[in-house]
Design a protein around this ligand. Sequence first.
Ligand SMILES: [Zn+2]
Length: 72
Amino acid sequence: MVEVNCFECNNEIPAVRLEAMPNTEYCINCADKHTEIVMGRMIYNHKTAGEVIIARGKENIRRLNREYARAR
Ligand SMILES: [Zn+2]
């Protein structure tokens, strides 16, 4: 069996986790820090048409929220 260690803290990644996510490079504790937050918002550009914008990562989500507040 192949042993995989976390890319960040070097702890061994449990086999159960590897089975569920074979490509993961992080243990559960570190995965949170490396998983990007994704958010979608409906932005109305015109009075009739709306568009769903998907933002990834904290900086983009902040930008999207700003955009959203302005469009309302
Ligand atoms: Zn780790």
